[in-house]
Design a protein around this ligand. Structure first.
Ligand code: SAM
Ligand code: SF4
Length: 326
C-alpha cells in the first residue's frame, strides 16, 4: 500500500477500546465521553480488518487504546493475530499503562508479542496518583517487572509536564536504563483534554539532561516520530518525540483504526473512513479493501497541530489520543 506521496504504508495501530482505568490529565478528564458498546468493534471484527490489512501489506500491528488490557478477552485477540507472525506479520506489539500487565505479560509473550510500550511519567506514587487521578504506581511497576521477566522488550513513554514531572526526568532515565528499557520523552500534543499550561519543550529538558549525561545523536530511526540519542554513561537509548515539528511526517508509514472502526490517516486530522459501516453492511473483502485504498489517496502530507493548542483551539487538535489509539 502506498499513499499519494509515495509513502509506503505497512503499519497499523488498532485501538481495542477507547475506555481506560486511568484518567491521565493530558488525555482524559471526568467529562470524557466514550463510544457506546454496540458501536465498538467486536474482537472478531478487529481480527477481520487486521487480516485484510495484512493481506494488503501491513507488516506491523500495534494494539493500543484507551487501555487495551481492560478489554475483555483481549488475550485471544493477541493469540489470533499472533498466528500471522512469520506469515506477513513481522511485529505484534502493544501500548499499555501496565496496570494489568503483571497478569498478562506471560500470555502476551506466548502469543508472540515481543515489544511493549509502557507509559510511565513518574516514579513517585503521589505524583502518579495526581497525574492519573486514580492510578496505583506499584501495580504499574509490578507490570513492568513481569514484562521483563517474560522477556518482552520495553520502551517507557514519558509525557513531559511542566511543574509536574520535569524534575524527575534524569532519575527516570537512570531507572529505565538500569532495567534495559528505552526511555522515550514526549511533548504533550494538543489533543483531547491536553492542557496547554503543562506544555514543556523537549529542548529545555535536553539542555538540563546534558548537564548530567553525555547525549550522542544517532541515525537510528523508526518510520515513526521518534529520533534517538545514545546516553554514553548508561549505554541506553533516549527517544524524543516532539510532534509539533513536522520532521516525522514525510516518512510516516502508519494508519490508525479506532475502537469504533474508523480508519484515520493521520493522528492530527479528523478525516477518516467508517469501516464498521461496511463490515456491518456485510460488504465483502473487496469493497472494504477498495475503501481502504481510496482513503489512502487522501492521507495528508502532515498534521495540523498547533503548539500549546487544546481541543477548543485551532485546526487539527481534535480527537483525544485515547479515541484514536496513541
Ligand atoms: N493507555 C495506554 C497508555 O497510556 O500507554 C495506551 C493508550 S495512550 C493514549 C498512548 C500514549 O499516548 C501514552 O504513552 C500517552 O502518554 C500518550 N498520550 C496521550 N495523550 C497525549 C497527549 N495529549 N500528548 C502526548 N502524548 C499523549
Ligand atoms: Fe488512559 Fe493511556 Fe489516556 Fe492515560 S494516556 S488516560 S492510561 S489512555
Amino acid at each position: 500500500m502506498q499513499d499519494a506521496f509515495g509513502r509506503r504504508i505497512d503499519y497499523l495501530r488498532v485501538s481495542a477500546t477507547d475506555r481506560c482505568d486511568l484518567r491521565c490529565s493530558y488525555c482524559m478528564n471526568d467529562e470524557t465521553r466514550f463510544v457506546s458498546r454496540p458501536e465498538i468493534l467486536t474482537l472478531e471484527e478487529i481480527e477481520r480488518l487486521c487480516a485484510l490489512f495484512m493481506r494488503m501489506g501491513v507488516q506491523k500491528l500495534r494494539i493500543t487504546g484507551g487501555e487495551p488490557l481492560i478489554r475483555r478477552n483481549v488475550l485471544s485477540l493477541f493469540e489470533n493475530l499472533g498466528q500471522w507472525l512469520g506469515r506477513g506479520l513481522s511485529e505484534l506489539s502493544l501500548t499499555t499503562n501496565a496496570t494489568r500487565l503483571e497478569e498478562y505479560a506471560g500470555g502476551l509473550a506466548l502469543a508472540g508479542v515481543n515489544r511493549v510500550n509502557v507509559s510511565l511519567d513518574t516514579l513517585d506514587a503521589a505524583t502518579f496518583k495526581a497525574i492519573t487521578r486514580q492510578g496505583n504506581l506499584a501495580k504499574v511497576l509490578a507490570g513492568i517487572e513481569a514484562a521483563r521477566a517474560a522477556g518482552l522488550r520495553i520502551k517507557l513513554n514519558c509525557v513531559l509536564m511542566k511543574g509536574v514531572n520535569e524534575h524527575e526526568i534524569a532519575s527516570l532515565l537512570a531507572w529505565s536504563h538500569e532495567r534495559g528499557c528505552d526511555l522515550v520523552l514526549i511533548e504533550t500534543m494538543p489533543m483531547g483534554e491536553a492542557r496547554s499550561d503543562l506544555f514543556l519543550p523537549l529542548d529545555t529538558v535536553l539542555e538540563r539532561l546534558s548537564q548530567t549525561y553525555r547525549l550522542e545523536e544517532t541515525d537510528e530511526r523508526t518510520n515513526g516520530p521518534a529520533r534517538y540519542l545514545r546516553v554514553l554513561e548508561t549505554g541506553g537509548r533516549l527517544g524524543l518525540i516532539a510532534p509539533l515539528s513536522h520532521h516525522f511526517c514525510e516518512s510516516c508509514n502508519r494508519v490508525r483504526l479506532t475502537a469504533a472502526g474508523k480508519l484515520h490517516l493521520c493522528l492530527g486530522r479528523e478525516d477518516g473512513v467508517d469501516l464498521r459501516r461496511l463490515l456491518r453492511a456485510n460488504e465483502g473483502d473487496q469493497a472494504i479493501e477498495d475503501a481502504i485504498l481510496n482513503a489512502l489517496t487522501v492521507k495528508p502530507r502532515g498534521h495540523d497541530f498547533v503548539a500549546g493548542g487544546t481541543l477548543s483551539q485551532g485546526p487539527g487538535a481534535v480527537r483525544a489520543m485515547s479515541a484514536t489509539g496513541g
